[in-house]
Design a protein around this ligand. Sequence first.
Ligand SMILES: Nc1ncnc2c1ncn2[C@@H]1O[C@H](COP(=O)(O)OP(=O)(O)OP(=O)(O)O)[C@@H](O)[C@H]1O
Length: 582
Amino acid sequence: MVISRFQRLRQYLRPHWRLAAGGILALLLVNGIGVYIPLLLRSGIDELQQTFSFGRVTFYAGWIFALASVMWGMRILSRIWLFGVGRLVEFDLKQRIFSHLLMMEPAYFAENTVGDLISRATSDVDNIRRLLGFAVLSLANTIFAYTLTLPVMLSIDVRLTVVAIAIYPLMFFLVHLFSDRLRNQQLQVQQRTSDLSDLIQEDISGIALIKIYAQEENERQAFAERNQNLLKANLALARTRTTLFPLLGGLASISLLVLLALGAGEIASGRISIGDFLAMLLYVERLVFPTALLGFTITAYQRGEVSIDRVEYILAEQPKIDDAPDAIHLPRSEVQGWLCADHLSYTYPGAVRPALDGVSFKIQPGETVAIVGPIGSGKSTLANALPRLLDIAPGQVYLDGYDITQIRLRDLRGAIAYVPQESFLFSTTIKNNIRYGDPKAEQDEVEASAKQSQIHPEILNFPQQYKTIVGERGITLSGGQRQRTALARALLIDAPVLILDDALSSVDNQTATEILTNLREGTQRKTVLFITHQLSAAALSDRILVMDGGRIVQAGHHAELLSQPGLYQTLWEQQKLEEILQ
Ligand SMILES: Nc1ncnc2c1ncn2[C@@H]1O[C@H](COP(=O)(O)OP(=O)(O)OP(=O)(O)O)[C@@H](O)[C@H]1O
C-alpha cells in the first residue's frame, strides 16, 4: 500500500502529538488575545472620548499590558513547542536512517554514493524539520489569524475590510514568486560552497602532489574561479532578499493608506467610531505577517514533500542479507569450526562471468588452509561469502553442518573473525581499535592479542602506547602496523573461525611466517583460512586450495602440489624467479 506524504507526516508527528497539540493550542490563544486587544482598545478610546478619567486609562492600560504579556508568553511557548517537534522528528529520522544504513550490505554502499546518502540524511531531514516546525506553525497561525480576525473586522465595517485586504492576495503571490527564486538561489549558494570546500579538501590532501608538479598557481586560479562563483551566488541571493522585504512593506503601507483615506470619511459620516477605526488599523497590521509567511510556507511544504520522498526511499530499501524467518541460534562457544562449501557459485550483480563457479571443499576444526591463486581468481569473493557479506543463495555453505543462510547473522559473524584486505582503523586509541569487537575487554586481553599479532613491542614505542590515537586525528601507522593491529582486533574476539584476506601482505615474510606458525601452534587451535600471495607462508599450512577463474583447480599439501605440474608449480616458480630478480 502506498502511504501518502500526509500520512507520513502524521506518522512522524505521532510520537510527539502532545507537544504539537500544545503548540497549536498556544497559537490559538495568541490569536484569540490578539483579536481581543484591539477590541479592548476600541472600548477604551470610545469610552474615554465621552468621559476621560485617569483611573479608566490605568484600567485599560493595565489590562492591555497583562493580556499582551500573556500573548507574548504564549507565542514564545508555541514556537518552542512547535520548533521542538520539528527538532524531535529530525532526531527520530536521523536515528532511523542511520540504523537502517547499518543493516544494509556492503554492496548497497557501492551502488549508492556516500555524498547522496549524507545529503538525504542531513539536508533532506532538515527540510522535513522545517516543514514540521516552521510550516505547521505558520499555517496554523495564518488559519487562526484569518478565521478569528476577519469576522470581527467584517462586523466593524464590511466595506473597509474588503478594501483593506484586497491587496493581500497580491502580497501572497509576490512572496510565493520570490520564495521560489530565493530557494533556487539558496541552492546555488549551497552548491557553490560545497564546490569550494571540495577543492580545499582535495588540495589539502594532495598538497605534496601540487608541490612536486609546481601547480600552486593553477590551483590558486581554480580556487579564485570557484570563489568568484560563490560571490556571485551570494550577491544574487542578497539582491532578492533586499528587494522582497521593502516591497512587502510598501504593499502593507498602501493598504494602510487606503484604509486611512476611506476611514476618515466613515468616521466623519458617523458610520464608525474612532475606536473602531483604530481597531481596524491594528487588524490590518495583524494580517500582514501571516499572509506574507503563507507564501514561504508553501515553498517549505513543497521542498519538504520532495525530501519526504527522498528519505522514505532510503528507508523503504530492504537489506538483501538478513536473518531467515526461523534463523538458528548458534552461540560462539558451541561452534566447533567445520566449514563446508558445496558447489558455491556467485556472480556479482551486472557481471557476465561468475566470480565463484562451483567451489567445493571441506575444512575440519583446527585446520589451517591457505587459498592462493592469481589476481582476480575469486579469493576475496570466497572470503566475503563465508560471513555472508555477499548475498549468496542457500544450500551452498555450511558451518558445523548448518546452512549459513539459516544461522542468525549475529551468530554467524560472531563465529567468524575476518580480517579484510583493507585494514580499516577507526580514529580512536589503538586499544579501542583492538577491542572493537568486545569493547569491555581488559588491557591484558588487548595486550595478549597484540602480542600474538606481533605489534605489541611497536605499540610500546608509540607516544601514549595503547592510548595513542590513530587515524585522521592521531598518528599514521605504516601499512604493516595497520595490518597487524587489524589482526589483533580479529584475534581478540577469539572466534572459532579466522579468515585472513591477504591480511599480512605488508608484513615482512619472516614476521608473517612467525605469526602464522604461532596461530597454528597456539593452544586454542582455530580453523584458519588465509588468502595469500606469499607462497612461502602458504607452504606452512595444512592444506592449500589453488583458485583460478572462480574455481578450485588444485588442492593438497605444499610438497604434493609442488611435485605435480599445474598452476601451483607455475606460481611457485614465478615467485622464486621474482625473489632472485629483486
Ligand atoms: N564488487 C564487484 N562487482 C563486480 N565484480 C567484482 C566485484 N568485486 C570483484 N569482482 C570481480 O570478481 C572477480 C574475483 O575478484 P576477487 O576480488 O574475489 O579476486 P581475488 O582473487 O581476491 O583477487 P586479488 O588477489 O587481487 O585480491 C574479479 O574478476 C573481479 O573483477
